[in-house]
Design a protein around this ligand. Sequence first.
Ligand SMILES: Nc1ncnc2c1ncn2[C@@H]1O[C@H](COP(=O)(O)OP(=O)(O)OP(=O)(O)O)[C@@H](O)[C@H]1O
Ligand SMILES: [Mg+2]
Length: 658
Amino acid sequence: MLLLEYLDTVSTDYTALIVIDKSKPSVQRQPWRKMLRVLAFVQRHKRQENVARSGHSLSGIIVITRTFKLRLFLFRVRSLSMDRLTGWLWRYRRRVLFGFLSLLVVDGAALIVPLVIRGAIDRLASGEGGVLTSGLYIVGLAAVVMLFRFLWRYFLIGSARQIERDLRSKLYQHLLRLSASFYNEHKTGDLMAHATNDIDAVSRACGFGVLTIADPIFMIPVAIGIMLSIDPRLTLYAIIPLPILTVFMLGFGKVIHRRFEVVQEAFSGLMEKVRENVAGIRVVKSFVQEEGTERDFAATNSTFIDKNMALVRMWGLFEPLIELLGGATMAIVLWAGGISVISGSISLGDFVAFSQYLMMLTWPMISLGWAVNIIQRGRASLERINRLLAAEPEIVDSPHPQATHGSKIEIKNLTFSYPSRDGNAPALSNIDLKIEEGTTLGLVGLTGSGKSTLVRMIPRVFDPPPGCVHLGGEDVHDLSLAVLRGMIGFVPQDPFLFSASIAENIAFGNPGANTDQVQQAARLAGIHDEIIAFPEGYETRVGERGIALSGGQKQRVAIARALLLVPQILIFDDPLSAVDAEREAFILSNLREFFRGRTAIIIAHRLSAVMHADRIVVLDKGQIVERGTHAELLARGGIYRSIWDLQQAEREVNGEPA
Ligand SMILES: Nc1ncnc2c1ncn2[C@@H]1O[C@H](COP(=O)(O)OP(=O)(O)OP(=O)(O)O)[C@@H](O)[C@H]1O
Ligand SMILES: [Mg+2]
């Protein structure tokens, strides 16, 4: 246990410390066996606990005996944290290794080709012939290169893709765990950028970046070695400009990289503009703002082009410069090498092979500088992703969940402010409220009075302070989130439908429900008739690629979704605001049977929707100002009464029955 606690406190490389108590004879007799058992245990433990977080390799252990005789066994526990690129590569070490080996074969074969050409030219020069054999050799080598180039791509780029997939699903899982307040503070566009650009950059670093580092490490020494064996003096001349190339590349790469980021940012801005204007196209049109929007867009568009041109200029300068440098090197070699060939100190074949090696060196020298940039970029992106992954969900599951006893809801002295609204008055203050099991509460109040905020506290969409909200006799913090939320059928104020069929949308919380159950829920919600009138009935798709539902239809689909859960508690946040009064009354009277025995909260602007509730509470500026039954509140002559009178007058004007 000591070991495990120790391991948990350290996250980077560490050495495990095991104290073996000598007084225990079994241990004394078989220290090795014990050690191996502990090691296996540690491996297993770390694997289970941290499989998503890190990869570990055990490579060491220090054992101190009771008598303080220090024994060192050749093991160290090394933690490869998933916070780093190496950790991710380690996870796919087998593939990466195969990729490296294939790369070695490709490089090896490529390095032999100039030697074959040298032989052929020298034989030609001496009139021996045998050129065809050399040609066949070269074809054979090309075939080997082809095969193994495929393999390294398959393994290295493949592992990068796997890392990409893992990282993306890890991020997605994490985003699902985070609380509503996190999304209050983060822009959707930013999160999308993390899920695309940053993950892309990590993948590139793990695939292309690793390749461009690994390739030169083998290629450069071997090529230079062969060149030295051909002509040391010429080699010296030829390789002098090469490091300049790398340094040059590092500097250039940095500038290019920076401009590239700017372009990416401008691109995000452009996308956001397009998204916003397309999503809000109806508003744009109805306010006749096409021209202004177009101007605005044109400005964003030209910023994007300007940034892009800055990048293009850099690239345009960069490539010719590289070629110039390469050309200069070649000139030196031609001059110095030519002299050597004429003086006979090297053969013509030597010279040709030499210049081929030189050309082979240029790319790895460039790519080395490039790789540094790609990897830096990948690391920066991984850091950004890690910061996101480090965001802890504010709403955490209870470590020791209690069982509920019934569905009575009790709110005691609740005061709540939204996290992003520092300084402002709290959205709710000193709320005391009891909703007995099986009763219905009506919640009314002016807009912005805190009705939605109050009901969000119960399923912990936003977290109330501890001790304030109780369900079934337990603080909601002491219930498991799954149990708590599973008990509640929640219809939010602006319901969201997924791009799926109507049936799938209704069955969202209960995918196992059969057609009868789905239709029953839809009937209760008063939407069944309208659904079967659609061309494909319940299979009609809604959203982006399907038909558009009206606001009132959406609301009732959301009600059906909540009813299908057959929950103990129902919370309706103004769910019939977009439906006319008559139909509202009809649906609510239908639902009354369903509500029997369940605890319910109904928020409504139209008081006729709550007049039958067992109790009604009126909120104003986050406080309860009136409470009682419909009759009591009317008799009281307060806010409720004045809203009621106003709405009655409206009805009369509209000619609706009171
Ligand atoms: N997600 C949020 N983040 C920050 N503040 C919020 C958030 N939601 C609501 N508020 C603020 O809390 C206050 C109460 O809002 P709430 O949505 O609870 O009112 P409401 O009574 O439901 O109004 P309506 O009848 O218009 O739905 C408002 O001042 C609002 O600005
Ligand atoms: Mg509301």
